[in-house]
Design a protein around this ligand. Structure first.
Ligand code: FE2
Ligand code: FE2
Length: 306
């Protein structure tokens, strides 16, 4: 692989943020009022936490062999992924409260993907699969943020997904650079892409099908519903196809595409609306500050934008 392994280690330190989210009130058709598009998106939510913990295990396996700068990036990457997993698991409670047997879906997914497949793959291939899945998440993130797909989501879900998307773009090169340092093979990277594509597609379809079946919606009805003009913009096939073609090139590096403006714009919006804190302010400090300002507003009668 022809790219610089040091490129992610030269980035600013990644920040693991704690967004303020109230996911309990998210509605049953939070994505554009479209039941099928919402369930397909919910299915992706179900895959995130266990998938992200797999990413963490894959990169941490090599922590002792990394240059100091990249090892620091890996630890920050793991913190970001850990918080993403926790946030999506909080949304699981919403789905359980609506009566979906998501624990059965999760049990099948986690048994097949991790108890069986992960256990039987060598560490370098697990890392290569992680690198490919990180490329997928970066492609989804850039597409969702740049095409305004989240404008069709309820605000709390849009905030959750925008925060997750922006951190995916921030750390998009970390796992790739680990692979460059410990197992720099184009063939291995492409093998990881094949495993990742097959796994993501099959688990996403299975989870979507199970959630839609619980609503009494069959596969053909779902396809018909997705063809209507009321369907919110799901991730664009053209963007995905373009991203995959780039990934096949031997000299590909995630930082070939500069997402810094998209990252800055999204972070500014999240900060303006106090979903995330300004840099250097912890979530706890922000909550204290916010409670204090709420108390001031209550005593003065001033409006408080919560
Ligand atoms: Fe993530
Ligand atoms: Fe990630």
């Amino acid at each position: 692989m022809g790219s610089s392994p040091s490129s992610s280690s030269m980035q600013a330190t990644l920040e693991a943020r704690s967004p303020r989210l109230h996911l309990a009130g998210v509605g049953p058709s939070w994505f554009g009022g479209h039941q099928v598009a919402t369930q397909i998106s919910n299915a992706m939510h179900l895959l995130f936490p266990a998938g992200e913990r797999f990413f963490v295990r894959s990169v941490l396996h090599y922590e002792d062999r990394l240059s100091p700068g990249l090892a620091a990036q890996v630890r920050a990457f793991c913190k970001q992924e850990g918080r993403h997993a926790q946030a999506h698991e909080r949304f699981f409670e919403n789905l359980r409260a609506r009566g979906y047997d998501i624990d059965a879906i999760l049990a099948r997914y986690e048994h097949t993907a991790f108890a069986v497949v992960e256990k039987n793959l060598p560490p370098a291939l697990r890392l290569s699969i992680t690198v490919a899945l990180e490329h997928f998440t970066a492609m989804f993130a850039a597409d969702a943020l740049s095409r305004g797909a989240l404008d069709h989501a309820e605000q709390e879900m849009a905030d959750l997904l925008a925060w997750h998307a922006v951190e995916e773009l921030e750390h998009k090169a970390v796992a790739f650079d680990v692979l460059c340092e410990v197992a720099p093979s184009h063939a291995l990277r492409i093998a990881g892409l094949l495993f990742a594509s097959a796994g993501l597609l099959s688990f996403w379809l299975a989870a979507s099908r199970a959630l839609l079946a619980a609503d009494g919606i069959g596969v053909f009805d779902a396809i018909r519903a997705l063809r209507t003009s009321s369907t919110p913009p799901l991730t664009g096939p053209n963007a995905l196809w373009g991203g995959l073609l780039e990934y096949l090139h031997p000299d590909f590096h995630p930082n070939d595409v500069d997402h810094s403006a998209l990252i800055a714009r999204t972070l500014a919006d999240l900060r303006t609306r106090e979903v995330i804190a300004a840099p250097g302010i912890s979530g706890t400090s922000r909550r204290r500050t916010h409670r204090r300002s709420e108390a001031v507003a209550a005593t003065t009668g001033a409006a408080e934008d919560a």
